[in-house]
Design a protein around this ligand. Sequence first.
Ligand code: ZN
Length: 435
Amino acid sequence: MKYFQFKYLLQQEGWLQNAYVKTDQHGIIQSLSTTPPQEAAAIEYVNGFAMPGFQNAHSHAFQFAMAGMAEKHKPGTKDDFWSWREAMYECALRMTPDEMEQVATDCYKEMLRCGYTNVAEFHYLHHDQNGKPYTNLAEMGERLLSAAKTAGIKITLVPVFYQQGGFGMEPQPRQRRFISKTIDDYFHLLDDTAHAVTKFDHARLGFGVHSLRAVKSQDIIRTVEQGPKDIPFHLHAAEQLKEVEDSVAFLKKRPIEWLLENVPMNDRFHLVHCTHMNDSEVAELAKSKAHAVLCPGTEGNLGDGIFRLTDFYHHGGRWSIGTDSHISLNPLEDLRWLDYAQRFTTHKRNTFDDGATVLVNNTLLAGRRAMGNSSQAYFEVGQPLDAVVYDAKAPLLENAGSNHALPVILYTADSSKILGTMINGRWALQGRAYI
Ligand code: ZN
């Protein structure tokens, strides 16, 4: 049993001042009050603004090994998403299980430092360097789980089905580590991964397909039909214009349009990117209750395009954020990118009225759904105390008060303003010092 006194604690209604939070030995919240405890108890005072930990709804941990290292190219050569993908394949082909675990551990520690307490790891680097399954089919997945444990972050491991090289194309040799040829192969991998997940605390399972181009359309439908019904389903969709063109040529439908017509979409679905949607897709995707997962740092870095967030929001669409290739790991930077891209294109400010509240609320609640966690309250009795705490002594925050603190954090702060990140009532790290 332990008490914390937070100078401010964020709830959906706003900041609670002097919030006393009691946790049990597992870090589960036992009580939450602005009145000091009656019992004699040690209280840890935290001079900061505590917010629920950010949810990183889309990660490929191995790509952390190449973040920032594919930014130079020969003059006169083409440099776009597809040339970046070649560099990414080289990185993927080299990586051993030990290297995967090390890179993922470093990546997850950095996520914690930036205020993420949860990550959904979209995992497709399944097999050995020759494309053969490891003796333990879930070897690479277990390395990711182990990395999350070492770093101290909560993980939802999402092993995804990757079957072919593109619409109607055989896999390319450099995709060999990703491939499950049949749906049975994939479900075998999913079963073994589910078993691996049970060996770790703070680990959950999701599933999905890599993208419309990477799995035959009838097998996407079967994966949804025959797969688990109670865990999140993730896939990439409509990231690149070429992908939309190929989809129209092959499936006679745009990617989001095809999904809406062929898959019973609901709030269990998490569609990563959705960059290229027409008016009808924006409205119908929002109506379906499926979530979009936006990765503005990576989408900007790869030149994908701008998600139609303002339109999607006004249709009631729900969305989370992810760091994807990890070119940016700061959730505040990614949320600013999202907002500012709308301002650039609409020539308006405050496109969401209270931008900070809207951005934080959406990415938190939809992000939790992407993890397989349906809890809605920011902090509540019976839930773990997972938080990121911003320093109340930081110059701009010192005078912000409860009315402006959230916008000051969202629009001005970086990770240097973080006092620490807390998982289950323990500091996973404080300042820059890993604990
Ligand atoms: Zn991705």
